[in-house]
Design a protein around this ligand. Structure first.
Ligand SMILES: [Zn+2]
Length: 300
């Protein structure tokens, strides 16, 4: 048995890996902010004292296996810590930590839309833009554990295509400007709409307006999908993706994903005759399912 966790800035979700490979959520508690003893106690409260099952964690942050250091902006008590070692010592059991986008990528590659496919480039379109790469069933990580993270780096030209010429640069949380993350996240969609139309709408209201044929939201979605697809087509070329499953909040927007798919395939160098960018099968449960897979690979 392996105890699996999906740990984000808001919630800690817990489940146990079942023999059929599934992990159902059994508990959900608030993530203690900024307090290491409280964080350890919260994780401990989900475990059974009578066993010493290994723990596999999907973490909403970067984890560098080479240095052992975690970078987790939303959970200050974990940030900069040798998180696996510290948790293993505190819990008295083996601990494996995997980035949440990487967990989603593993879930899709081994038990989702990427089953039987070689190069699975799974992307997150939600409050941020992220990704993970699994090749022939093996997670690719690299220095810093950031392989597949296509969201950062100043690659989006705000004047691209002349469609939003004159818009100010998009600042990004990473310190750079005009990152894919700053324009391609749900936050970016809202920001583009505000800049183009001078009105503030939720991401859902924007996509709903577009689906209803409303003019201003339609322009926003066209600009958003164009900017995102240009960057995604480059990432598709780079990874040689066979499939690009989408997780995160925007993965619920089936028509938006279909539009991004169409635009991305039109720009990619390889010829894709089947849908390439698709909603992930584990868009909601990718953290827990992926933690189960990562735990099984690590602990057998
Ligand atoms: Zn950035």
């Amino acid at each position: 048995m392996i105890d699996c966790f999906d740990i984000g800035g808001t919630y800690i979700r817990h489940g146990r890996l079942k023999p059929d490979g599934t992990v159902a959520e059994e508990a959900r508690i608030k993530t203690p902010s900024g307090d290491w003893p409280a964080f350890v106690a919260a994780v401990k409260s989900c475990l059974q004292a009578s066993d010493a099952c290994p723990v596999s964690i999907s973490l909403a942050g970067a984890y560098d296996r080479r240095t052992g250091l975690a970078r987790v902006a939303n959970i200050p008590s974990l940030n900069g810590l040798r998180a696996e070692d510290e948790l293993a010592a505190a819990l008295q059991r083996p601990v494996r930590i995997t980035n949440d986008a990487d967990c989603f990528a593993l879930a899709e590659a081994l038990q989702g839309t990427g089953r039987g496919k070689g190069n699975v480039f799974a992307i997150i379109l939600g409050s941020g833009v992220g990704g993970g790469l699994v090749i022939d069933g093996k997670l690719v990580t690299g220095p810093g554990g950031i392989a597949g993270e296509w969201g950062h780096g100043p690659v989006v030209d705000p004047t691209a295509g002349g469609t939003i010429e004159g818009l100010p640069p998009f600042p990004c949380g990473c310190g750079l400007t005009n990152c894919v993350d700053a324009a391609g996240s749900a936050r970016g969609l809202k920001r583009i709409h505000t800049l183009l139309s001078n009105e503030t709408l939720s991401a859902r209201a924007i996509t709903t307006g577009w689906e209803d044929g409303e003019q201003k939201t339609s322009r926003t979605v066209e600009v958003y999908a164009t900017l995102l697809s240009r960057a995604l087509a480059m990432a598709v070329n780079l990874t040689g993706a066979d499939i690009v499953p989408v997780g995160g909040g925007l993965s619920n927007e089936a028509r938006l994903i279909a539009l991004i798919d169409e635009k991305t395939r039109a720009l990619a160098l390889a010829r894709y005759t089947e849908p390439l960018v698709v909603p992930g099968k584990h868009a909601r449960e990718g953290g827990l399912v992926g933690a189960g897979i990562a735990g099984r690979l690590a602990f057998g």
